[in-house]
Write a protein that binds this ligand. Structure first.
Ligand SMILES: [Zn+2]
Length: 275
Protein backbone atom coordinates (compact mmCIF):
# COMPACT_ATOMS: atom_id res chain seq x y z
CA UNK A 1 0.00 0.00 0.00
CA UNK A 2 1.32 3.43 -0.93
CA UNK A 3 1.77 5.60 2.08
CA UNK A 4 0.06 8.96 2.20
CA UNK A 5 -1.17 11.28 4.93
CA UNK A 6 -4.33 9.21 5.32
CA UNK A 7 -2.64 5.81 5.57
CA UNK A 8 -3.29 5.50 9.31
CA UNK A 9 -6.94 6.44 8.89
CA UNK A 10 -7.35 3.85 6.15
CA UNK A 11 -5.72 1.27 8.41
CA UNK A 12 -8.87 1.28 10.57
CA UNK A 13 -10.38 -0.88 7.83
CA UNK A 14 -8.08 -3.69 8.90
CA UNK A 15 -10.05 -3.91 12.15
CA UNK A 16 -13.25 -4.85 10.38
CA UNK A 17 -14.80 -1.43 9.78
CA UNK A 18 -15.61 -0.85 6.15
CA UNK A 19 -15.07 2.90 6.19
CA UNK A 20 -14.14 4.70 3.00
CA UNK A 21 -12.13 7.59 4.43
CA UNK A 22 -11.56 9.04 0.98
CA UNK A 23 -15.27 9.91 0.93
CA UNK A 24 -14.56 12.72 3.38
CA UNK A 25 -13.21 14.69 0.41
CA UNK A 26 -16.75 14.94 -0.93
CA UNK A 27 -18.12 16.71 2.12
CA UNK A 28 -18.46 20.32 3.11
CA UNK A 29 -18.81 21.18 6.77
CA UNK A 30 -19.41 24.43 8.61
CA UNK A 31 -17.89 25.38 11.95
CA UNK A 32 -19.67 28.31 13.54
CA UNK A 33 -17.56 29.94 16.24
CA UNK A 34 -13.80 29.50 16.13
CA UNK A 35 -13.00 29.45 19.84
CA UNK A 36 -12.25 26.70 22.34
CA UNK A 37 -14.46 24.18 20.52
CA UNK A 38 -14.17 25.39 16.92
CA UNK A 39 -10.35 25.56 16.84
CA UNK A 40 -10.09 21.93 17.93
CA UNK A 41 -12.85 20.57 15.72
CA UNK A 42 -11.58 22.51 12.68
CA UNK A 43 -8.06 21.17 13.11
CA UNK A 44 -9.24 17.58 13.47
CA UNK A 45 -11.61 17.83 10.51
CA UNK A 46 -8.73 19.20 8.42
CA UNK A 47 -6.34 16.46 9.53
CA UNK A 48 -8.91 13.80 8.65
CA UNK A 49 -9.17 15.25 5.14
CA UNK A 50 -12.59 16.88 4.97
CA UNK A 51 -13.14 18.34 1.48
CA UNK A 52 -14.40 21.83 2.33
CA UNK A 53 -14.45 23.66 5.60
CA UNK A 54 -16.26 26.96 6.18
CA UNK A 55 -15.43 28.96 9.30
CA UNK A 56 -17.70 31.62 10.76
CA UNK A 57 -16.59 34.08 13.46
CA UNK A 58 -16.63 37.88 13.55
CA UNK A 59 -14.25 38.13 16.48
CA UNK A 60 -10.54 38.89 16.72
CA UNK A 61 -8.01 37.01 18.83
CA UNK A 62 -7.80 38.33 22.39
CA UNK A 63 -5.17 37.55 25.00
CA UNK A 64 -7.78 35.56 26.98
CA UNK A 65 -8.18 33.20 23.99
CA UNK A 66 -4.61 31.95 24.32
CA UNK A 67 -5.57 29.22 26.76
CA UNK A 68 -7.27 27.52 23.81
CA UNK A 69 -5.68 25.72 20.90
CA UNK A 70 -4.28 27.20 17.72
CA UNK A 71 -3.85 30.93 18.48
CA UNK A 72 -0.53 32.47 19.47
CA UNK A 73 0.46 35.80 21.03
CA UNK A 74 1.42 37.24 17.66
CA UNK A 75 -2.20 36.73 16.49
CA UNK A 76 -3.73 39.07 19.08
CA UNK A 77 -5.98 41.62 17.39
CA UNK A 78 -6.26 39.65 14.13
CA UNK A 79 -9.35 37.96 12.70
CA UNK A 80 -9.89 34.49 14.21
CA UNK A 81 -11.17 33.00 10.94
CA UNK A 82 -8.31 34.44 8.86
CA UNK A 83 -5.65 33.12 11.26
CA UNK A 84 -7.40 29.76 11.64
CA UNK A 85 -7.75 29.27 7.90
CA UNK A 86 -4.06 30.07 7.27
CA UNK A 87 -3.03 27.52 9.92
CA UNK A 88 -5.48 24.89 8.65
CA UNK A 89 -4.24 25.23 5.06
CA UNK A 90 -0.71 24.61 6.31
CA UNK A 91 -1.86 21.58 8.32
CA UNK A 92 -3.55 20.05 5.30
CA UNK A 93 -3.34 21.75 1.88
CA UNK A 94 -5.91 19.24 0.52
CA UNK A 95 -8.68 21.03 2.41
CA UNK A 96 -10.48 24.03 0.93
CA UNK A 97 -11.08 26.53 3.73
CA UNK A 98 -13.54 29.42 3.46
CA UNK A 99 -13.69 32.34 5.91
CA UNK A 100 -16.72 34.30 6.99
CA UNK A 101 -15.76 37.19 9.25
CA UNK A 102 -19.40 37.88 10.06
CA UNK A 103 -21.76 37.90 13.00
CA UNK A 104 -24.21 35.14 12.07
CA UNK A 105 -26.98 37.03 13.89
CA UNK A 106 -26.50 40.22 11.88
CA UNK A 107 -29.67 40.63 9.76
CA UNK A 108 -27.54 41.86 6.83
CA UNK A 109 -25.76 38.49 6.76
CA UNK A 110 -28.85 36.34 7.23
CA UNK A 111 -29.60 35.47 3.61
CA UNK A 112 -25.92 34.85 2.77
CA UNK A 113 -25.59 32.68 5.88
CA UNK A 114 -28.66 30.66 4.90
CA UNK A 115 -27.30 30.25 1.37
CA UNK A 116 -23.95 29.06 2.70
CA UNK A 117 -25.18 26.53 5.23
CA UNK A 118 -28.04 25.19 3.11
CA UNK A 119 -25.63 23.24 0.89
CA UNK A 120 -23.44 21.97 3.73
CA UNK A 121 -23.40 18.34 4.78
CA UNK A 122 -23.20 19.12 8.48
CA UNK A 123 -22.65 22.11 10.77
CA UNK A 124 -20.75 22.06 14.08
CA UNK A 125 -21.54 24.53 16.81
CA UNK A 126 -18.58 26.31 18.38
CA UNK A 127 -20.53 29.27 19.77
CA UNK A 128 -20.31 30.43 23.35
CA UNK A 129 -23.71 31.99 24.06
CA UNK A 130 -27.30 30.80 24.11
CA UNK A 131 -28.97 33.31 21.73
CA UNK A 132 -26.48 32.55 18.94
CA UNK A 133 -26.76 28.79 19.55
CA UNK A 134 -30.54 28.96 19.40
CA UNK A 135 -30.32 31.01 16.20
CA UNK A 136 -27.97 28.46 14.63
CA UNK A 137 -30.15 25.55 15.75
CA UNK A 138 -33.22 27.21 14.20
CA UNK A 139 -31.42 27.90 10.91
CA UNK A 140 -30.03 24.35 10.63
CA UNK A 141 -33.36 22.71 11.51
CA UNK A 142 -35.40 24.83 9.10
CA UNK A 143 -32.86 24.37 6.29
CA UNK A 144 -32.67 20.65 7.15
CA UNK A 145 -28.91 20.70 7.67
CA UNK A 146 -27.64 18.20 10.27
CA UNK A 147 -26.12 20.01 13.22
CA UNK A 148 -23.89 18.94 16.11
CA UNK A 149 -24.54 21.12 19.10
CA UNK A 150 -22.05 21.24 21.96
CA UNK A 151 -21.17 23.52 24.82
CA UNK A 152 -19.22 23.76 28.03
CA UNK A 153 -20.65 24.95 31.32
CA UNK A 154 -19.83 28.39 32.74
CA UNK A 155 -17.31 26.75 35.04
CA UNK A 156 -15.56 25.11 32.09
CA UNK A 157 -15.69 21.80 33.98
CA UNK A 158 -18.58 20.05 32.25
CA UNK A 159 -20.50 20.12 29.01
CA UNK A 160 -22.61 18.32 26.46
CA UNK A 161 -22.66 17.15 22.85
CA UNK A 162 -25.93 16.73 21.00
CA UNK A 163 -26.23 15.74 17.32
CA UNK A 164 -29.41 17.08 15.72
CA UNK A 165 -30.86 15.48 12.61
CA UNK A 166 -33.60 17.97 11.65
CA UNK A 167 -37.16 16.67 12.08
CA UNK A 168 -35.81 13.23 13.05
CA UNK A 169 -34.13 13.78 16.42
CA UNK A 170 -34.69 16.35 19.17
CA UNK A 171 -33.29 19.76 18.27
CA UNK A 172 -31.34 22.00 20.66
CA UNK A 173 -34.51 23.93 21.51
CA UNK A 174 -36.31 20.69 22.46
CA UNK A 175 -33.45 20.13 24.91
CA UNK A 176 -32.83 23.71 26.03
CA UNK A 177 -34.27 23.06 29.49
CA UNK A 178 -31.49 20.60 30.19
CA UNK A 179 -28.70 23.03 29.38
CA UNK A 180 -28.92 24.76 32.73
CA UNK A 181 -25.35 25.72 33.38
CA UNK A 182 -24.25 27.03 30.05
CA UNK A 183 -23.84 30.77 29.38
CA UNK A 184 -26.83 32.83 30.32
CA UNK A 185 -29.73 34.17 28.32
CA UNK A 186 -28.33 37.69 28.04
CA UNK A 187 -25.82 36.26 25.65
CA UNK A 188 -22.83 36.76 27.92
CA UNK A 189 -20.02 34.50 26.75
CA UNK A 190 -18.49 31.91 29.01
CA UNK A 191 -16.61 33.17 32.04
CA UNK A 192 -14.32 30.21 32.55
CA UNK A 193 -12.81 27.88 29.99
CA UNK A 194 -10.59 24.87 30.31
CA UNK A 195 -8.90 23.80 27.05
CA UNK A 196 -9.01 20.12 27.98
CA UNK A 197 -12.80 20.14 28.51
CA UNK A 198 -13.25 21.99 25.21
CA UNK A 199 -11.01 19.47 23.43
CA UNK A 200 -13.02 16.53 24.80
CA UNK A 201 -16.30 18.05 23.63
CA UNK A 202 -14.90 19.04 20.22
CA UNK A 203 -13.42 15.56 19.78
CA UNK A 204 -16.82 13.99 20.42
CA UNK A 205 -18.36 16.39 17.89
CA UNK A 206 -15.83 15.19 15.31
CA UNK A 207 -16.40 11.52 16.16
CA UNK A 208 -20.13 11.98 15.61
CA UNK A 209 -19.53 13.92 12.40
CA UNK A 210 -17.31 11.14 11.06
CA UNK A 211 -19.91 8.46 11.88
CA UNK A 212 -22.67 10.52 10.29
CA UNK A 213 -20.79 11.37 7.08
CA UNK A 214 -19.08 8.01 6.61
CA UNK A 215 -22.11 6.00 7.75
CA UNK A 216 -20.72 3.72 10.41
CA UNK A 217 -21.33 3.09 14.09
CA UNK A 218 -24.13 4.52 16.20
CA UNK A 219 -24.68 8.19 16.83
CA UNK A 220 -24.89 9.36 20.43
CA UNK A 221 -28.12 10.96 21.56
CA UNK A 222 -27.34 13.66 24.14
CA UNK A 223 -24.09 13.15 25.99
CA UNK A 224 -23.27 15.00 29.18
CA UNK A 225 -19.73 15.05 30.54
CA UNK A 226 -18.58 16.08 33.99
CA UNK A 227 -14.88 16.57 34.51
CA UNK A 228 -15.05 16.57 38.32
CA UNK A 229 -16.42 13.02 38.48
CA UNK A 230 -15.00 11.93 35.13
CA UNK A 231 -18.42 10.62 34.12
CA UNK A 232 -20.23 10.59 30.82
CA UNK A 233 -24.00 10.22 30.79
CA UNK A 234 -25.95 9.52 27.63
CA UNK A 235 -29.44 10.94 27.85
CA UNK A 236 -32.13 9.58 25.55
CA UNK A 237 -33.96 12.42 23.82
CA UNK A 238 -37.30 12.73 22.13
CA UNK A 239 -38.53 15.48 19.88
CA UNK A 240 -40.90 17.83 21.65
CA UNK A 241 -44.05 18.06 19.57
CA UNK A 242 -44.58 21.57 20.96
CA UNK A 243 -41.04 22.71 20.11
CA UNK A 244 -41.25 26.15 18.44
CA UNK A 245 -38.41 25.16 16.10
CA UNK A 246 -38.97 21.54 15.06
CA UNK A 247 -42.40 20.75 16.57
CA UNK A 248 -45.46 19.82 14.55
CA UNK A 249 -46.96 23.29 14.81
CA UNK A 250 -43.61 25.05 14.71
CA UNK A 251 -44.40 27.16 11.67
CA UNK A 252 -47.34 28.90 13.37
CA UNK A 253 -46.39 28.49 16.98
CA UNK A 254 -44.87 31.66 18.39
CA UNK A 255 -45.20 30.59 22.03
CA UNK A 256 -42.24 29.40 24.02
CA UNK A 257 -41.87 25.65 24.39
CA UNK A 258 -42.91 23.94 27.58
CA UNK A 259 -40.19 21.90 29.26
CA UNK A 260 -40.13 18.40 27.85
CA UNK A 261 -38.69 16.92 31.00
CA UNK A 262 -39.34 18.03 34.51
CA UNK A 263 -36.93 19.92 36.69
CA UNK A 264 -36.84 16.83 38.95
CA UNK A 265 -35.61 14.67 36.08
CA UNK A 266 -32.85 17.19 35.34
CA UNK A 267 -31.79 17.19 38.99
CA UNK A 268 -31.71 13.38 38.89
CA UNK A 269 -29.43 13.51 35.84
CA UNK A 270 -27.08 15.96 37.52
CA UNK A 271 -27.05 13.80 40.66
CA UNK A 272 -26.19 10.74 38.56
CA UNK A 273 -23.23 12.61 37.07
CA UNK A 274 -22.03 13.48 40.55
CA UNK A 275 -22.45 9.98 42.03
ZN1 LIG B 1 -37.05 20.99 18.61
Amino acid sequence: MTKNRYTRLNAIKEFGYDITWDDLKRYHIGIVGVGGLGCVSAEMAARCGIGKLSLFDFDTVDIVNLNRSMFKEKHIGQSKVKIASKILKKINPDVEVYNFENDIMNPNFESDFEKEISHMDIVLNGLDNIPAREYLNAKCVRLRVPYIDAGASRSGLSGYVHPVIPYKTACAKCMSIIAIDIPDERGDPCVASLPSTMAILASIQIQEMLKYLLKFGEMIDYLMYDMITGKFLNYETKRDKNCPICGIKSQNNKKLMKPKISRGEIDDLIDKLKE
